[in-house]
Design a protein around this ligand. Structure first.
Ligand code: GLP
Length: 263
């Protein structure tokens, strides 16, 4: 696990995007991105869009797979992840909408939709770079505490904490859906590279658990300790409860130039 502590949230977006761009350049224009919703990766995606527009990153044939989708709201609802991904990923990065996939939380047969989503990821050759945010309860995607560490795409019930956290996007907490489809932890772990971004003091406890705590389904993000290519990019506030914060800073400050993300 590589941990990069940045002075502020803006820098988190720049560093995460630069890291992703370097990996994407090595893979080529058919790179398969795994994309997340939530506020955390918004700056990272904006920076990737800037690099693509500037001709510094070729996403012309890229595909994308979103982590999750609500069940119980209409596809056209502004908070549906179909809409959020369109606004934060597809349009700004100039991706072909036909190559951008979001779990079908509006399907009549949700189990079949989940199986089809797993098949679509496999047919695309798997995810090359998976972007992740982190819930305050340790969830990645919508894999709530006690999710199986080897789970695949499936329907989940949202935790009360998640519904409270996401109530800010809805008129009231009553309007927050109770169910979702989400890639499983096993699905996420199959991605070749993972880049998790988190900012702000509200994420400090979850970040400390994910990086330094035990691997446990009670903190689903901790499964990333088993991933061979996981990078965690955080600001000082999100790093506040890390026992090894100084070690991570020293490690990054002393990386050989060829390993460091250049900005
Ligand atoms: C949301 C999403 C997650 C996201 C997390 C944190 O509900 N399903 O993918 O990472 O919660 O969101 P935010 O980045 O807004 O704090």
């Amino acid at each position: 696990m590589e941990v990069i502590i940045c002075p502020n949230a803006h820098r988190v977006g720049e560093v995460a995007a630069a890291k992703a761009a370097r990996i994407a350049a090595a893979i080529g224009p058919k790179v398969v991105l795994g994309v997340a919703t939530g506020s955390s990766p918004v700056q990272t995606f904006a920076e990737l869009a800037r690099l693509a527009k500037a001709g510094e990153l070729d996403l012309s044939q890229a595909s994308a797979f979103a982590l999750d989708e609500y069940v119980g709201i209409a596809e056209g609802h502004p908070q549906s992840y179909h809409q959020i991904i369109r606004k934060t990923v597809t349009e700004p990065m100039g991706l072909d909408p036909a190559r951008v996939h979001v779990p079908d939380g509006f399907a009549d047969d949700l189990a079949t939709a989940c199986a089809a989503y797993e098949e679509a990821i496999a047919a695309a050759g798997g995810v090359d770079i998976q972007f992740l945010g982190l819930g305050t309860n340790g969830h990645i995607g919508f894999n709530e505490p006690t999710s199986s560490l080897s789970s695949r795409t499936r329907i989940k019930t949202l935790a009360a904490r998640t519904r409270q956290d996401n109530a800010r996007f809805f008129a009231s907490i009553e309007d927050v859906p109770r169910h979702c489809l989400t890639q499983g932890l096993g699905t996420i772990m199959d991605a070749r590279h993972v880049i998790l971004v988190a900012t702000g003091s509200g994420k400090a406890h979850a970040i400390a658990q994910v990086i330094e705590g035990p691997i446990t389904a009670m903190f689903p993000g901790s499964v990333l300790q088993l991933h061979q290519q996981a990078t965690i990019v955080i600001d000082e506030e999100a790093a506040a409860e890390l026992a090894l914060a100084e070690y991570f800073k020293q490690t990054y400050a002393n990386l050989p130039d060829w390993q460091r993300v250049s900005l």
